[in-house]
Ligand binder design. Sequence first.
Ligand code: AMP
Ligand code: MG
Length: 496
Amino acid sequence: MDVSLNFKHSYAELSPEFYASVEPARAPSPKLLQFNTSLAEELGFECDLLSPAVSQQVFSGAVLPRDARPIAQAYAGHQFGHFVPQLGDGRALLLGEIVDRYGKRRDIALKGSGVTPFSRGGDGKAAVGPVLREYLLGEAMHGLGIPTTRALAAVTTGEFVMRDRHLPGAVLTRVASSHIRVGTFQYFAARGETELIKQLADYVIQRHYFEITGDPHPYLSLLRAVIERQADLVARWMLVGFIHGVMNTDNMAVSGETIDYGPCAFMEGFDPDTVFSSIDHAGRYAYDNQPAIALWNLARFAETLLPILGYENINDAVAEATAILDTFMPYFQKCWYKGAQEKLGISTRDNVDHISEADRKLIDDWFQLLTSSKADYTTAWRCLADVADGDASKLQSLFDTTVGLDSFLERWQRMQDDLSDGQIAANIRDANPIYIPRNHLVEEALSAASEDGNIKPFEDLLEAVSNPFVEETKFARFASSASVNFTANYRTFCGT
Ligand code: AMP
Ligand code: MG
């Protein structure tokens, strides 16, 4: 089988310290489980050439395209606050980069394709469940309009992987605007490799922040730009109730995309302290802690840049970087309030880039109501559209008492955009999804695929969450929350 995908290799052309060249393990009996045709088209792949028979070979690593140059990328990272100087791709390989139909360069990487020099005793493999989980959650995130890595294919390998029991093995093909992490910078910083940090920073500017090219202080501008993208990203997560679950610095992409869907989950009833991850005992990565943790990670990123900021005195570099880090929280707040305005349908009244005190108060009060009622986060927002249509009953049914709610709704309606009620309702529906990958549905779909070989529930859920703002009668079940008991006992695990 001779396949060529028009791969480019700008990352592999960096210094050899950035990666190790590794061949993928050959899956004994690959079978295509899921293929993302629309993404393949976006990438400019000739789908005629990528029949299932070909795809399952290529996207399991069994057949290497002629122009692939598989590499495992080096990175370090703070895991739960503890620095590990060498992590790296222990179960992933970058095959190459594709310049897509829009001229955007995207990494094509296999995950679960066998051991690498970074495997640290792991088997380099992945199981069907976690592979499909990453597929589904990433596509849901994309459907929500939030920057994310995406899934091109999921292929079962025909072998079992040993976890707490034997599980069917699989390989995920991940598409990312790059796989460069805060931890990639830390890898070189920990080794005192200033020239390599500079090479990496220049590469990141070229690839992700081209507007900075030629800036008199490019690395300060890079820090500012990365901070802004992360603040925006975390605000967007919070507004849809997403909890990443393992925001280690090796799981934070400097591109500003969501990366590494492991123990992540969407919140059901609103509770800012929500944690689902089985290993997050202290709630470090709890819903409400995500902005603070993002800032903590960005401070680690800033530290790696200190030697290249161009100051003779390190104290000056620290002062400058600190001043930029101090912009994170105000910027996050701005993104978050702007997003909340949109979700409440109060964003088009004035075109100014300003959030009034009255709007802030309204948003704060709405969150106060959500917090005290623990109402289903997704449903509560979406029901505001029904209120705009004249029916408050569904929203009221989510709250134990309507005392504070009724006066809030009156105030909200007085502050709404100067549009017809129908248009307001439509705007709210465009800003608030009806379908998120609810935990009980995700588990149901994954266990059907993994244990019964039935991919249908996965495909149905994938279809719903890929187009999450449009209500479909056939997906009514997907809009309902899990039982309180299910959610109270729900735990997620790292996708190893
Ligand atoms: P993650 O939990 O995906 O953030 O992974 C943390 C680190 O563990 C990364 O360096 C991974 O490459 C590595 N890792 C996770 N699972 C495996 C595995 N099954 N085999 C080898 N390395 C792994
Ligand atoms: Mg990771």
